[in-house]
Design a protein. Sequence first.
Lengths: 174, 255
Amino acid sequence: MATEQMAAQSQSSGMPQLDFSTFPNQIFWLVVALVVIYLVLSRIALPRISSILAERQNTISGDVAAAEDYKAKAREAEAAYEKALADARSQAQKIVAEMQAELKKQIDAATAKADADITARAAASEAKIAEIRSNALVTVEAVAKDTAAEIVAALGGKADAAALADAVATRVKG
Amino acid sequence: MAEEHSEGLSFHPMDQFTIQPLFGDGPIHWYTPTNTTLWMAISIVGIILLLINATRARAVIPGRAQSVAELAYGFVHKMVEDVTGKEGLKYFPYIFTLFMFIVFSNFLGLIPGAFTPTSHIAVTGFLALAVFISVTLIGFAKHGTHFLGLFWVSSAPMALRPVLAIIEVISYFVRPVSHSIRLGGNMMAGHAVIKVFAAFAPLILMSGVGVLVTPLSILAIVAMYAFEVLVAFIQAYVFTILTCVYLKDALHPAH
């Protein structure tokens, strides 16, 4: 038995690759394997993988397009915002200018009125002052006359009313 | 042999390549399920797991396994398109079949105790011949006798052209040989070398020299294994890209 095995071994010793008796077997099973792999790949695996890759490509390009879209929208929105801002700014400037004009007008009117008032009051005051002054002159004359008459009486004289009045008038005027 | 046994070390680096029936011990007919059948079947299962099971979800954002499947697809698809141009994409499923079969056989063969169908010249020779014959047929079908222009180097001086034509014809017919032996030889050699190093590993149990030899051989096995991982992919890539190059010659025979 052992010698038989040894003989068999020595027969196949060297390279099993060159044992041509196994070639039909290997080639048969190789063909079977290749056909199976080819069918599996061409029927199922390759269509599936290529569809996955195509779908991913679509998804990516779709996403890129959507992103482009959003970007354009954002740009539009920004432009609209800028425009609104500029509008509001010019509106505000207009309102400010109007207000300023209005205020200026009011201030001018008030100033004019105040000026007129002041002038009128000044005139009235002057009139009053003149009146007070003239009143005061009369009062001074009367007081001076009375005082002079009293002084003359105190000195023991008898004052002539007309002469007294004349003298006082002359003095007050002087 | 008896002497070898008394020495202790036994070298059978080629035994791993023996074709054995899966069931029983009978003769190997063409239909007998053998270890090559088993490992080809495991390759098919692996391919189905990777390319079909992993892509089941059809996720737009792929998981890990789906990424690998897409990577394999994109890798070969780009290779075919880059080398052969758009017309070559018609043959992409065939080339992808070749690539997946070879790459799975090579990698699964690296599992300890596994069998590598692509280490057999019968398998690689059949693949290379299939490529050679189909490429030649495609060339004649597409271009008729113009396909022979492949051998007539019109850019060379007139006097040189017949000489070059002979060289071109010889190199054309050597293609399937180099194509198949490159793959089969690489796979066989790497596995055999690992086995040789492995045979030295038990020396520590028998002799004092083993103290030095055993760690060295284990280290060598690890290094060789890493190298074989590289080779497993590179040879699959080389086989596939050469197929693309041959196909390009058939599609655009003009030099």
